[in-house]
Design a binder for this molecule. Structure first.
Ligand SMILES: *[C@@H]1O[C@H](CO)[C@@H](O)[C@H](O)[C@H]1NC(C)=O
Ligand SMILES: *[C@@H]1O[C@H](CO)[C@@H](O)[C@H](O)[C@H]1NC(C)=O
Ligand SMILES: *[C@@H]1O[C@H](CO)[C@@H](O)[C@H](O)[C@H]1NC(C)=O
Ligand SMILES: *[C@@H]1O[C@H](CO)[C@@H](O)[C@H](O)[C@H]1NC(C)=O
Ligand SMILES: *[C@@H]1O[C@H](CO)[C@@H](O)[C@H](O)[C@H]1NC(C)=O
Ligand SMILES: *[C@@H]1O[C@H](CO)[C@@H](O)[C@H](O)[C@H]1NC(C)=O
Length: 405
């Protein structure tokens, strides 16, 4: 039975514009609001596209990325690119340069960065960009100024010849910037370069309705037909937004963090995860958003701490940003030296998913009505997590969990 509460609909309507391409209202309030969502349609499209490429290139593996921070890093890099390389980067991110001026794009990211960082204290987001360059390189003044202004880029000059030392320095810097949350970004085995652009993100949310700490138990998780692993499985029984999708082979629930974070957990039918991933788009999200309804759910979700580390170079090439790593690249906006090319685009992200929420002074748990048996949704096989900031409509994380251990 689908219990469609009016309250849910109203609440949901206030955020359901999330997936539609353009803000259609022209009243003053809307124009203020749309300012922090200007980039959202492009960024969300890029997010799904990148996620699909990554999933396709790593079959049977967990995938974990933070699309919004990747978009941000590449847009930042475009400030140092010239000629076709520059257009390619921004178009690869999904921007139509006839429609949207570059200045507007960078202002959009500046605004977005601030909003995400300011967001609030219950949603712990640490996000940033750092550029490490060899000491022989002299940056152009305009590049330093612009990247600092729009992206708060930290520039660190180091002797990259001495990689054994340099990689430690880089790791130390990132560790410092993330209050110790991201460590050992590079190893000694990674190859050194003239220029290394690092983009990092750490996220920790507090559930609006926490999982029941005492109920977390070790349970089976079915990775595939032949493999079974043990995971700590969290549990909560609550009034939850859920959907048994009549169109795609999956179930989903939406849980909120305190503040602006919202999370979609999608449970594909057995063996159907790739079908669902293929179908991810703004249209699908819109349909899901419109169809979710609230009802009593017994929810089981594995407690996981996931991290992903990727060299995105090859993938971006597949996605049309082809010059980045080649000799065609024109980064004459970074330095006077000719022939500069990016040698690595590393993305590393970390996510912790646990029971913690606020202590509820007055528990909002629904009193169980005999007539409405709770639906049980058990995330004990591969699933998808999507975390959004619904104030800016940013795709903070897209995750494919194949094996949570
Ligand atoms: C890079 O682009 C600038 C501006 O379009 C151009 O003047 C310069 O010759 C290009 N440099 C290279 C190495 O292609
Ligand atoms: C960019 O926008 C212009 C004007 O809206 C449009 O004519 C053009 O087809 C768009 N280009 C792409 C590649 O979508
Ligand atoms: C880094 O700079 C030094 C000079 O400080 C130079 O000798 C070296 O070749 C540069 N490293 C690379 C990888 O270009
Ligand atoms: C890390 O931060 C501490 C305190 O802010 C500072 O003293 C130290 O020099 C920093 N280390 C690096 C490598 O930036
Ligand atoms: C099932 O998962 C295990 C562990 O990840 C893997 O070694 C095995 O190849 C997978 N089997 C199939 C049929 O995909
Ligand atoms: C959402 O984010 C905005 C911008 O940072 C902030 O002003 C607002 O307070 C946040 N809303 C909540 C509910 O935390």
């Amino acid at each position: 039975t689908m219990l469609l509460g009016l309250c849910t609909c109203l609440l949901w309507l206030s955020t359901s514009g999330l997936w539609t391409a353009q803000a259609k209202d022209s009243d003053a309030d809307m124009s203020v609001r749309s300012q922090h969502r200007d980039l959202a349609p492009n960024n969300v499209d890029f997010a799904f596209s990148l996620y699909k490429h990554l999933v396709a290139s790593t079959p049977g593996k967990n995938v974990f990325i933070s699309p919004v921070s990747i978009s941000m890093a590449l847009a930042m890099l475009s400030l140092g690119a010239r000629g076709y390389t520059r257009a390619q980067l921004l178009q690869g991110l999904g921007f139509n340069l006839t429609d949207t001026s570059e200045a507007k794009i960078h202002q959009g990211f500046r605004h977005l960065h601030r909003l995400l960082m300011e967001s609030d204290t219950t949603l712990e987001i640490t996000m940033g960009n750092a550029l490490f360059l060899n000491q022989s390189l002299e940056l152009l003044e305009s590049f330093s100024t612009d990247t600092k202004h729009y992206y708060e880029l930290d520039t660190v000059v180091t002797d990259l010849r001495d990689w054994a030392r340099a990689h430690k320095q880089i790791n130390e810097h990132i560790k410092n910037k993330t209050q110790g949350k991201i460590v050992d970004l590079f190893s000694e085995l990674d190859s050194p370069a003239m220029l290394i652009l690092v983009n990092y993100i750490f996220f920790k949310g507090t559930w609006a309705h926490p999982f029941d700490l005492a109920s977390t138990k070790e349970e089976n998780f079915y990775v595939n037909e032949t493999t079974l692993v043990k995971v700590p499985m969290m549990f909560q029984s609550n009034e939850i937004k859920y959907l048994n999708d009549p169109v795609l082979p999956c179930q989903l629930v939406q849980l909120d963090y305190l503040g602006n974070g919202t999370v979609f957990f999608i449970l594909p039918d057995k063996g159907q995860i790739d079908v669902i991933i293929k179908a991810l788009s703004r249209d699908t999200m819109q349909r899901w958003s419109d169809s979710l309804s609230s009802g009593p759910v017994d929810l089981y979700i594995p407690k996981v701490s996931i991290s992903g580390a990727y060299d995105l170079g090859g993938l971006l090439e597949d996605m049309g940003i082809a010059d980045l790593l080649t000799n065609q690249a024109n980064f004459s906006g970074i330095t006077q030296e000719a022939q500069l090319k990016v040698s690595k685009v590393i993305h590393k992200a970390t996510l912790q998913l646990d029971e913690k929420g606020v202590e509820e002074a007055a528990p909002t748990r629904v009193s169980r009505n005999e007539a409405s048996e709770p639906l049980t949704i058990h995330f004990n096989r591969p699933f998808i997590i999507m975390i959004f900031d619904h104030f800016t409509w940013s795709s903070l994380f897209l995750v494919k969990v194949v094996n949570p251990t």
